[in-house]
Every structure is written in C-alpha cells, then in structure tokens.
Design a protein around this ligand. Sequence first.
Ligand code: GSH
Length: 221
Amino acid sequence: MSSADSHTYVLRYFDIIGIAETARLMLILSGANWTEENPEWPAARDQQPLCRLPVFIEKNAAGEVVLELTESRVIERYIARKFGFISTDNVTAARQEQLRDQFVDLLYSPIHAIKSEGDAKEYYFKKLSTLAKCVIEFHTKALQANGNNGHYFGDKTSYVDLALCAFLSFVRTLAEDKGMGFADVFDPVEVPEFAKVDNAVRAEPALLQHFAGERKRASLV
Ligand SMILES: N[C@@H](CCC(=O)N[C@@H](CS)C(=O)NCC(=O)O)C(=O)O
C-alpha cells in the first residue's frame, strides 16, 4: 500500500469499535500520515458537519483542508481507493463493496434488538439469525472460490478482509458485554473460513500493536 503522499489525514471518532473500525484499520495498514481525534461528546457535536461521527479530514502539504467527509462507508471507500485496498476494476470493486455492505444490516440488527422491547426485539434478533445464515453461506462460497486462503480477493489483505475483522470485533465485544450469545453463529468452529480471514488480518505486522493494545469495546453511542 503506497503512503508516498504529502497529505495528512484525521479520523475523528469515538474511542470504540464501531462504524469507523474498518477505516481505522485501513489507515493503520496504509502507513499514511494520519492521526485520530476522539472529541468530547456531546460538547463537540455542534462543531461536526452533520452533528455526528465519524468525520474524515484530508489536508494538503500546506496544512489546508482539501476534504472533509461524513458517512462511514463513504469514508471507507475513499480510503480504500486512495490506498489500494479495493480493486481498480469496476466489476471486482462492486463485488467487494457488496460483500462489505452485507455486514451492515447484520451489525445494526443486534443494536436495534438490544434497544427494543417485545415484538420489535424479537423481530431484530430473528432478522439477525436469518440474515446471518444467508451471509455466512454467501461469504463462505466467495472465500472458497478464492482458495480459502484467508483472503476474499487474491493473496493480500484488502477491504473486505478488514471489514470482516471489524464486524466480528464489533458483534463479539457487544455480545460479550451484554452477556448474550448472538455472535456465537460466527464462531471459528461454525465458520472456519471467517476465522482464517480474521486471523490473517490480526497477524498483519502493522496491525499487531492495534490489536495488542487496550481493547476498544463495541458501543451503542
Ligand atoms: N450514517 C452515519 C451514521 C453516523 C452515526 O450514527 N454516528 C454515531 C456514532 S456510531 C454518532 O455520532 N452518535 C452520536 C450522536 O448522534 O450524538 C455513518 O455511517 O457515518
């Protein structure tokens, strides 16, 4: 991944595993000159472009802001394209984006379930387990088609690998903190193909410190 650029980057988010984790992993792995800001909340809310986080800022060599982005997956895609984590071929990139976005509803279902009561709670937990089965089947096929080598595409860590690792970290820490079993369906024994990718990402030399550090927990901010 090339980091030979004179620009600097800021990822502004909460100090948690959440919807900016994939962007965070890509920035670390890219070797780019970037920093993370964790603003006081809600004090800093009104200073954000859309009153929410994440916010991504790019500055040129003169320190001028050339880009300010909101929306976590737009931020991810920008970083992925800029640093080569996503294919330059449109068809392959669409497949990568599809696989990545299939984690979105899966990530939000337990959040909605935890925050709901009665029928709504049941609806979201059912949605999670039904969707999990389909996603696991779809992803297992994609991983097997790539030789079950611990990567979704080729033989290098790229966008979807990092998104899977971020997703698993999120649902696992959330389930653990809530004392619930909704993440068990993704356990290594259930989906060894996922475990292979997760382990490959965690073994990336540039990411070792991130994973060894104080564990950021998932949160419902
Ligand atoms: N669609 C937005 C959602 C942003 C969002 O909901 N951010 C939450 C944190 S995950 C937030 O800023 N919460 C604090 C608040 O709303 O005050 C994205 O994907 O970036």
